[in-house]
Design a binder for this molecule. Structure first.
Ligand code: S3P
Length: 433
């Protein structure tokens, strides 16, 4: 087991170029793999999760050339995917496994998808049950609720499904399954998760009708996405959020994050920090491909406790560990609720975040669907030994906490940060002077 030792910093200053968005990077490779023609993707996230996607897509016979953050994909259409010689390893990545499961269910090849111990412990019935209802032949451990998942591709029928949880992975898996199907698919219920799939499939020529309460996909006549999508991937707001909170909780800080995706389905953390009293300035707003982008500057702030729940949750689900660090340094109580989904992430983040904050000297009560935190009224955390549990977002949240903690903070297995943010530790070294 490896460890990193960290101590507080007197001053934080700097400008950080935010690496490509993880969700958009996965989608850019998977969607272009089944498009008609070639695409060039720049600012692709070279995190381990997105590299798992590239490896799986290559194993399906697609030509993917990666040089650093530039990736070229030569699309083959759904029927051009080749049956892989071995099991596809999705590593730690739920997005790889669930989106590929959707795509592969509607092909004519046999595939098996698996991943690391964390991924094999996460629920899959959420995609398996609705896909079976469309005619998919898919099975796995625990009656299909756990990977490895075995998929015998077949022609799926259309239909409709009410999403019970706001999950972009489930929504995307079903839309991808419908691509090769014989009829339209209508999704209702909790469709209010990140909408990159809808934006990108529309830009690639798929007939998608998107209303406030439902989405309908009409499969193309030929099972191929008509236009490849070349793009610069905007910066990941889930990565930028670590620097936003670092600046907000630190007594002498100003940090600017450049080129952050400001898609409204992803900006819940900015809304919460704003409501907590954070000093935030957004400049240089522009459009990159199908996404709004801007630069975000955050300065030292006096934060107040808040309530994080309801429809905000899908807009900041991955940022809850780092928002909990902000809440720990705020004045007053913060309540996180309606966030049961945290229990199905890389770790049970209600349990792991609560345990870490308790060790840092914060009063936290974990609840079924969130936590109740009593803020310390300022950056008064106690440095201690913390576990990342191999969860990238925990490793980075604890690193930010260490910037304002007394004494020494040690974090176990810090290298997991590379799952979504390969340059994180180097930047942490460079933002103080
Ligand atoms: C993602 C969706 C979210 C998020 C994950 C990435 C995506 O998961 O937590 O990091 O790219 O679709 P859920 O769909 O399970 O909410």
């Amino acid at each position: 087991m490896s460890h990193v030792k960290l101590t507080a910093r007197a001053r934080l200053r700097g400008t950080v170029d935010i690496p490509g968005d993880k969700s958009i990077s996965h989608r850019a490779v998977i969607f272009n793999a089944v498009a008609e023609g070639s695409a060039r993707i720049t600012n692709f996230l070279t995190g381990a999760d997105c590299l798992s996607t590239i490896a799986c897509v290559r194993a399906l016979g697609v030509d993917v050339v990666q040089e650093g953050s530039e990736v070229h994909v030569r699309g083959v259409g759904l029927r051009g995917l080749r049956e892989p010689a071995d099991v596809l390893d999705c590593g730690n990545s739920g997005t790889t496994l669930r989106l590929l499961a959707g795509l592969l269910a509607g092909t004519s090849i046999f595939t098996v998808l698996t991943g690391d111990a964390s991924l094999r412990s996460r629920p899959q019935q959420r995609i398996v049950a609705p896909m079976r209802a469309l005619g998919a032949q898919i099975d796995g451990r625990q009656s299909g609720d756990r990977a490895p998942l075995a998929i015998r591709g077949s022609s799926l029928r259309g239909g409709s499904y009410q999403l019970p949880v706001a999950s972009a992975q489930v929504k995307s898996a079903l839309l991808l399954a419908a691509l090769g199907g014989s009829g339209s698919l209508t999704l209702g219920g909790r469709i209010d998760s990140r909408d990159h799939t809808e934006r990108m499939l529309s830009a690639m020529g798929i007939d998608l009708q998107i209303g406030p309460d439902q989405i309908t996909l009409y499969p193309p006549t030929h099972p191929v996405l008509p236009y490849p999508l070349s793009l610069r991937v905007p910066g990941d707001p889930s990565s930028a959020a670590f620097w936003w909170v670092a600046a907000a909780i630190h007594p002498d800080a100003e940090l600017t994050t450049i080129g952050v995706c400001l898609n409204p389905t992803r900006t819940g953390a900015l809304d919460v920090l704003h409501a907590m009293g954070a000093e935030i300035t957004i400049t240089n707003q522009r459009s990159e491909g199908s996404e709004p982008v801007g630069d975000v500057t955050v300065r030292s702030s006096h934060l107040r406790g808040t309530v994080i729940g309801g429809t905000l949750i899908p807009r900041l689900i991955d940022e809850i560990p780092i928002l909990a660090v902000a809440a720990a340094c705020a004045e007053g109580t913060t309540v996180v609720r309606d966030a049961q989904e945290l229990r199905a992430k890389e770790t049970d983040r209600i349990a792991t975040v609560s345990a870490g904050l308790t060790a840092l000297g914060v009063e936290v009560e974990p609840t079924n669907d969130g936590m109740i935190l009593t803020g310390l009224g300022g950056p008064a955390l106690h440095g201690t030994a913390l576990q990342s549990h191999h969860d990238h977002r925990l490793a980075m949240a604890w690193a930010v906490a260490s910037l304002v903690a007394s004494g020494e903070t040690t974090i176990a297995d810090p290298e997991s940060a590379a799952v979504s943010y390969p340059g994180f530790w180097e930047i942490l070294q460079h933002i103080h002077n």
